[in-house]
Design a protein around this ligand. Structure first.
Ligand code: HEM
Length: 444
């Protein structure tokens, strides 16, 4: 009864994943979710979405929704538009160099890449896990992992409370992790901030870099933003690949042709990454159906705004959340065909072996406009390197549970990728229930 009235249908956190383009197919390119306190206008029209992202001062980022990211200090995601520019400029400096330089538990892999590039700390896969077991939360890896697993807690509980004598042991551990992570924060952003400050001072003596708290806030944000996004994309990709041996063959065929038996230390951006189109197609296709952020809210603030949609202009009142429905537009049959809901990486490679460029406004997992994701290239290089390493000589197979038939196994895996946990980003709720076996593929 409640569901037929749509009271619960669009109220749960997973409704974007459950509905995909369905709500827009039923109600049109725009439809509003109206509650007594707020209006959320969902938009799945490609041109309108591009327009919203371009008009960044009219459709602003509602920073009040991101305050949970202020654990160590304000940062690029939580400051207003005017301050955002200096935060963004400073955090972008290391990215511009890092993306092209570098380059199982998918969280470990992506965290190790972040540690190696951002903090010049190199871990072997087994070492980072071992540091967790032996050093409690003193290592960079273990400290950050503890913070990420408890981000909601960090939002609700004051840091100082964690060290009180009567605080539960877990609180103490989280507080210790926060202190240790702060100690581990290295100097790359600090240096960038100083350089930026000097550069600006030659133009205007009043300009300043970021405060120490803001630097810490940004380093924490980059770790949060850069970690589970790539890790979850890898996890969704591996589970989908496990269900599709044919796609694994297609993938490794290209990896073998590009890198052959060359040791991975010799792979580089120009001669390797640029030619590994199929691993990138795996990433693009996974992000099309499983984007870490399924919808990207913007806000009209104290002004009404007009928006051009399908040959007419609509007027959106002030104080309305305007939400480009990223997943809806990425799974809409009008733009992706009748097989829009099928996970099909080959759709990204055209007949001339070129990488397909989708129609503008129909594919935005890294968002769009000035405030888009600065880690886009970084995540691509990481993903491609990891997938190429995994699937060059190996294949992955899902393992049946006791007494489970192949059909039941398939149905269970499909269900697992469609059920999400209640975190900030899209993440499988029950990933641990999927058991995978990796085998050496001797034909290669
Ligand atoms: C699969 C990988 C990734 C996806 C899909 C992704 C997606 C996104 C999206 C949708 C946003 C919001 C943009 C907006 O507000 O319009 C964002 C912001 C951001 N991402 Fe990523 N991201 C990924 C990987 C990374 C990585 C690896 C890093 C860093 C190492 C990173 C750093 C950031 C930062 C710092 C922001 C805030 C930018 C700003 O507010 O100006 N991301 N990302």
């Amino acid at each position: 009864m409640l569901r037929s009235l749509n009271l619960t249908r669009y109220g749960s956190r997973d409704w974007h994943l459950r509905e995909k383009a369905q709500a827009h197919i039923k109600y049109g390119d725009t439809w509003a979710l109206v509650t007594p306190g707020q209006i959320w206008l969902n938009v799945a029209n490609p041109e309108a979405i591009v327009d919203i992202f371009q008009r960044r001062t009219q459709f602003t980022r509602p920073v009040e929704l991101y305050q949970m990211l202020n654990v160590f200090g304000r940062n690029v995601s939580t400051v207003c538009w005017v301050e955002w520019k200096s935060h963004r400029r400073i955090i972008s400096a290391p990215f511009n160099e890092l993306g092209e330089q570098h380059c199982m538990d998918t969280r470990t892999v992506s965290l190790n890449v972040l540690a190696a590039t951002g903090f010049s700390r190199s871990y072997r896969f087994s070492e980072s896990r071992a540091s967790d077991e032996h050093d409690g939360v003193s290592g960079y890896w273990a400290a950050l992992m503890t913070l990420m697993d408890n981000s909601l807690f960090m939002q609700l509980v004051l840091r100082a409370t964690c060290s009180l004598p009567f605080a539960p042991a877990l609180w103490g551990k989280i507080g210790e992790a926060a202190d240790n992570f702060k100690d581990h924060l290295a100097s790359s952003l600090l240096r960038a901030s100083e350089e930026y400050s000097h550069e600006k001072q030659s133009i205007s003596t009043n300009s300043k870099g970021l405060t120490i708290d803001e630097l810490l806030g940004n380093i924490y944000l980059i770790n949060i933003a850069g970690h589970d996004t790539t890790a979850n994309t890898l996890a969704y990709s591996v589970v989908n690949l496990a269900m599709r041996p044919d796609v694994q063959n297609w993938l490794s065929e290209e990896i073998k042709a590009v890198v052959g038996d060359d040791p991975s230390e010799t792979w580089n951006y120009e001669s390797t990454f640029k030619h590994l189109k199929r691993p990138l197609a795996i990433m693009y296709e996974t992000l099309r159906l499983f984007p870490p952020i399924m919808a990207m809210p913007k806000f009209t603030g104290d002004q009404h705004q007009s928006l051009f949609i399908n040959d007419s202009i609509i007027t959106i009142p002030s104080n309305v959340y305007v939400v480009p429905s990223l997943l809806a537009v990425q799974s809409h049959p009008s733009y992706w065909g009748e097989d829009a809901l099928e996970w099909k990486p080959s759709r990204w490679i055209d007949a001339d072996n070129g990488f397909v460029v989708p129609r503008k406004g129909t594919y935005l997992p890294w968002s769009d406009g000035a405030q888009n994701c600065p880690g886009k290239k970084f995540s691509q290089v990481t993903f491609v390197a990891v997938v190429a390493s995994l699937f060059r000589f190996h294949r992955v197979h899902p393992l049946c549970a006791d007494g489970e038939s192949d059909e039941e196994l398939k149905a269970r895996l499909h269900k697992t990728v469609e059920e999400i946990s209640h975190g900030v980003l899209l993440r499988m709720k029950d990933a641990d229930s999927v058991r995978l076996s990796w085998t050496l593929h001797t034909d290669l």
